[in-house]
Design a protein around this ligand. Structure first.
Ligand SMILES: NC(=O)c1ccc[n+]([C@@H]2O[C@H](COP(=O)([O-])OP(=O)(O)OC[C@H]3O[C@@H](n4cnc5c(N)ncnc54)[C@H](OP(=O)(O)O)[C@@H]3O)[C@@H](O)[C@H]2O)c1
Length: 380
């Protein structure tokens, strides 16, 4: 909801702040992406963004830029993609930005999104108003929501953001057979796009079936960016230690989630490769590791976004539980006429009850159509 009337210059400054914020993609988690611009009289005095977790906040960066340009921020407007923080805690590295804004005599603060963090959530804006600063929120709020979808999902739902990525044929198959290593369905352009997705997520997740069939690395090789944590769901911890995931230069980034009864010997063997095996307590009779327990374990490790890369059983589990937020389906111009479907067993018995992703975007990537949609059923 808008709490002010915004000018074209306001929009341009917030747009710039959002662009700056994006530069931190893949580096700030578990913190949000934030950008800030300080301007006065239609002129930008300084700008900044949160570069990585633990570094200066965007507002502080913007003030530094103003000072190094020999300018004085007094009486200026501050455009901030996220409500400035207003608290200190032992695990927080930086002081509250509200203090800095008040001290530097900013006249007006324009915010895209309120910070849903329970220690902020409107209190940052309130502290500024109490100090006589005009605060206006809601400018380009939708873009801000999209930018920080992982951070907002965690704050509101208490679990990481789940992005399902599927590569399928025209007839909805993800492989010709579930246990054979085969050619890929998609082309190099789609692979580059997937590697860019990996670089923007904290973790990539697959099931034991995919780890066995495809022996993937799940690293970022065709794009710039760091490797995400590689998560495999393997209840019995039965993946062979010869799998590529155990033999990469950064073995500590491989995390195998298993059932509590997987066996100490096996856990030790996995740990000897440098990877980690994490046993989860699962309810008696559960088939596989419950997605909710998986997400809770990942969230507890600071993981805020997960790219789920398959296979069929994994996609089906997360969809069945409603534990997904966005969907990217690469549709390749191939017909198999059989093989592994992308999902099954959702218990949907009529078209009327079909899951219908919202916010649909369609584009062409190489030889594929990329369909993107959002889960419109979750509510917060
Ligand atoms: N085109 C694509 O986008 C794509 C992507 C990935 C894979 N694939 C293909 O898909 C095939 C593999 O699919 P798949 O369905 O056989 O295997 P999968 O979904 O990769 O793995 C399923 C296994 O994961 C374990 N698991 C643990 N918790 C689970 C849970 N909550 N839900 C589901 N499974 C859980 C189970 O083994 P335990 O009971 O032993 O734990 C289960 O058998 C391969 O052919 C692969 O090439 C295609």
């Amino acid at each position: 909801m808008h709490s002010g009337v915004f000018s074209e210059f306001d929009r341009a400054c917030m747009k710039r702040a959002l662009t700056l914020a994006r530069r931190g993609a893949g580096k700030t988690s578990p913190n949000p992406l934030v950008g800030a611009v300080i301007a006065r009289g239609g002129r930008v005095l300084g700008e900044g963004w949160h570069k990585r977790c633990g570094d200066l906040h965007a507002e502080a960066q913007a003030f530094e830029a103003v000072f190094s340009a020999g300018e004085n921020p007094a009486g200026a407007d501050l455009y901030c993609t996220l409500e400035p923080c207003c608290f200190t805690s032992p695990e927080k590295h930086q002081p509250p930005c509200t203090g800095l804004i008040i001290k530097n005599r900013i006249r007006r603060v324009v915010i895209a999104n309120t910070d849903p963090h329970p220690r902020v959530n409107g209190k940052g804006g309130l502290a500024l108003r109490k100090a006589g600063i005009t605060v206006e929120t809601g400018l380009l709020a939708e873009e801000g929501e999209e930018l920080n979808r992982a951070f907002f999902t965690f704050q509101r739902l208490g679990r990481p953001f789940v992005h399902l990525k599927i590569a399928q044929t025209l007839d909805g198959r993800i492989a010709a057979g579930s246990s054979v290593r085969d050619c890929r369905i998609t082309d190099e352009a789609a692979h580059r796009s997937v590697h860019r997705m990996r670089a923007r997520h904290d973790a990539v997740l697959i099931g034991r079936g995919t780890a066995l069939a495809d022996d993937p690395e799940l690293t970022v090789r065709l794009a710039r960016g760091r490797n995400p944590v590689r998560v495999v769901l393997d209840s019995r911890l039965s993946l062979p230690l010869t799998a590529k995931l155990f033999n990469l230069p950064d073995p500590e980034k491989t995390l195998i989630l298993c059932a509590a009864g997987a066996g100490v010997k096996r856990i030790k063997a996995v740990q000897n490769t440098g990877a980690e095996a994490l046993p989860l307590e699962i309810p008696a009779g559960a088939r596989g590791l419950p997605p909710a327990a998986v997400l809770s374990a990942l969230g507890a490790r600071g993981i805020r976004s997960v790219l789920v890369e398959g296979g069929e059983k994994i996609f089906s589990s997360f969809l069945r539980e409603g534990l997904w937020d966005s969907l990217s389906v690469f549709i390749a111009p191939l017909i198999l006429g059989g093989g592994v479907p992308c999902v099954s067993g959702l218990g949907i018995d009529s078209v009327a009850k079909a899951l219908r992703p919202g916010g649909v975007k369609i584009q062409k990537i190489g030889n594929q159509i990329l369909f993107e949609g959002k889960n419109v059923y979750r509510n917060y």
